[in-house]
Design a protein around this ligand. Structure first.
Ligand code: NAP
Length: 480
């Protein structure tokens, strides 16, 4: 009776370490971990002990007898993942414990408090006597786990409970409302700690460079996400929801989130953590249809299968695709070929493929987008009163650190920028992967840091912990 991993899989691999029979793959050591859309339980070797269900921070794992009809695809995906011949071997190398070979107590500053930061803290706090001071610019912690996950993705949001547990551990201190580069410098952090880890994410959205962008009615999906999640920098933003059609350019998981939030019955969000002003605006919204436009075919769409399954099973929304745009093969194509019959929903999401934006149409405000067919060059205009670009996040330069403008990351080797300075998460590897992908990413960075610590490459802090507390106390008094 196997267990099955379902839509909200966060890929943090806690289940991998909990499983006594190594039947969950890919593990963080395996070559396909970073490219995998989720983790899979081998139905043939699962002993049904349930250890993975308690380890999973997002309640994604169920016994196969408890999955509903829309989740059956996950059992099939698991069977397919283990079907031989496999492209990559199944390895089950256990990750060795971190060993510290010096009597010094490691003191680390972490900048940022999102998933990458919290997983790094979790790892450091496994070292006896180690302490972590975490610095967050915003008044509330957890970054994209709070301000990026859609409010109706309740199980994914549960990962915050795991972060609460980490934050409650002895040796951990969080300072909110402190911006590094403005209130404290990198040099000050290094004076108070052996090392600094930057886990600052990719806070900008990738700009779309076509004529008309910036016209009223155009915006980025990342701003819209931050707004409906109550991000303090975006709470006063206004979005024109008075037209009946919106276009989302790009078809990654963020595009699916915004398309779903724009079309879902707002009553279903009433008891979610959505921002009140966003819920009010969605109640008054006239949007009935969202067109999600991708520049490649369905087989190569950027959304993942679990998120497509979740979208298609959201009640009240008709999901459709044009048969003449649906080619290629694979699970995404199969799911889109077998969409439920439309006509039962009160709103609609249409996937369009093979279209790249050429220009934004309109004058004082947006009236639509002109696309070019990426196979034939044929132009097509799609009318809409709101255009959201969802073409990815982008890292910003970090004061005092080198920056790779092309990739939008801080250049690093396994997380090490230089002895004493490290990066983890999206600022280290670029904006891809899921919340849990940051766990193995943070493990790699912390291992590089501990290696430097053990080999005497880190300078001991020149101050005591209470000097830092006093400095932050002065900052807070000055801010009042
Ligand atoms: P993404 O997955 O990188 O998707 C970006 C989309 O924009 C792709 O469709 C891409 O097309 C398109 N694009 C890029 N440049 C373009 C251009 N100049 N013109 C037209 N289209 C362009 O980014 P994302 O959706 O922002 O997601 C970021 C990461 O967060 C992903 O790893 C995602 O899985 C993760 N995330 C996960 C969840 C979840 O699991 N629930 C939710 C939100 C985000 P091409 O594919 O052709 O490049």
């Amino acid at each position: 009776m196997p267990h099955v991993i379902t839509q909200s899989c966060c890929s943090d691999a806690s289940c991998v370490y909990a499983c006594p029979v190594n039947c969950i793959h890919p593990t963080p050591d395996e070559p396909d971990f970073l490219s995998a859309e989720m983790l899979y339980i081998d139905p043939k070797t699962c002993v049904d002990c349930g250890a993975c269900t308690s380890a999973c921070p997002v309640d994604a794992i169920k016994p196969h007898t408890k999955i509903d009809a829309s989740e059956k695809v996950f059992l099939t995906l698991s069977e397919d993942f283990y079907r031989e011949p496999r492209k990559y071997p199944i390895l089950a190398k256990p990750v060795p414990r971190l060993e510290v070979s010096t009597p010094d107590r490691l003191r680390v500053a972490i900048v940022g408090s999102g998933p990458a930061a919290m997983y790094a803290a979790d790892e450091i706090l496994t070292i006896p006597g180690a302490t972590v001071n975490m610095f967050e610019r915003l008044p509330k912690p957890y970054g994209l786990a709070r301000f990026g996950v859609a409010p109706d993705h309740k199980r994914t949001r549960q990962v915050s409970q795991q972060f609460d547990d980490i934050a409650a551990r002895s040796g951990f201190q969080l300072y909110t409302g402190i911006e590094i580069g403005k209130h404290l410098t990198q040099a000050e952090l290094l004076a108070h700690h052996h090392a600094v880890i930057y886990a600052v994410g990719a806070s900008a959205d990738r700009p779309l460079d076509v004529p008309g962008m910036g016209m009223p009615g155009t915006t980025s999906a990342t701003d819209f996400v931050a707004w409906y999640n109550g991000h303090p920098d975006f709470k006063d933003r206004e979005f024109d929801l008075s037209h009946n059609r919106a276009i989302v350019i790009g078809n990654g998981n963020v595009a699916l989130d915004v398309a779903r939030i724009l079309t879902i019955d707002p009553a279903r969000l009433a008891y979610s953590p959505i921002a009140t002003q966003a819920l009010d605006a969605l109640h008054d919204s006239k949007i009935e249809e969202v067109v999600v436009v991708g520049r490649r075919g369905a087989a190569n769409a950027a959304f993942t299968v679990p998120e497509l399954v979740g979208l298609c099973s959201t009640g009240g929304i008709d999901v459709s695709v044009r048969a003449d745009e649906l080619d290629g093969s694979g699970t995404k194509v199969d799911l889109l070929k077998n969409l439920p019959r439309i006509g039962t929903g009160t709103s609609k999401i249409e996937f369009r493929f093979w279209k790249t934006p050429v220009r934004i149409l309109g004058g004082e405000t947006v009236s639509g987008v002109e696309f070019s067919n990426t196979q034939t060059g044929e132009l097509e205009q799609i009318p809409a009163g709101l255009v959201l670009t969802s073409i990815g996040y982008q890292g910003r330069p970090v004061q005092d650190l080198p920056f790779d403008e092309t990739r939008g990351v801080v250049p690093n080797e396994d997380g090490r920028v230089s002895a004493g300075t490290y990066v983890t998460g999206w600022i280290k590897r670029g904006p891809s992967g899921f919340i849990g992908t940051n766990k193995s990413c943070a493990q790699e960075t912390v291992r590089a840091l501990v290696d430097d610590f053990n080999n005497g490459r880190l300078r001991a802090p020149g101050t005591r912990t209470r000097d830092l507390t006093a400095r932050i106390g002065r900052l807070r008094r000055d801010a009042r």
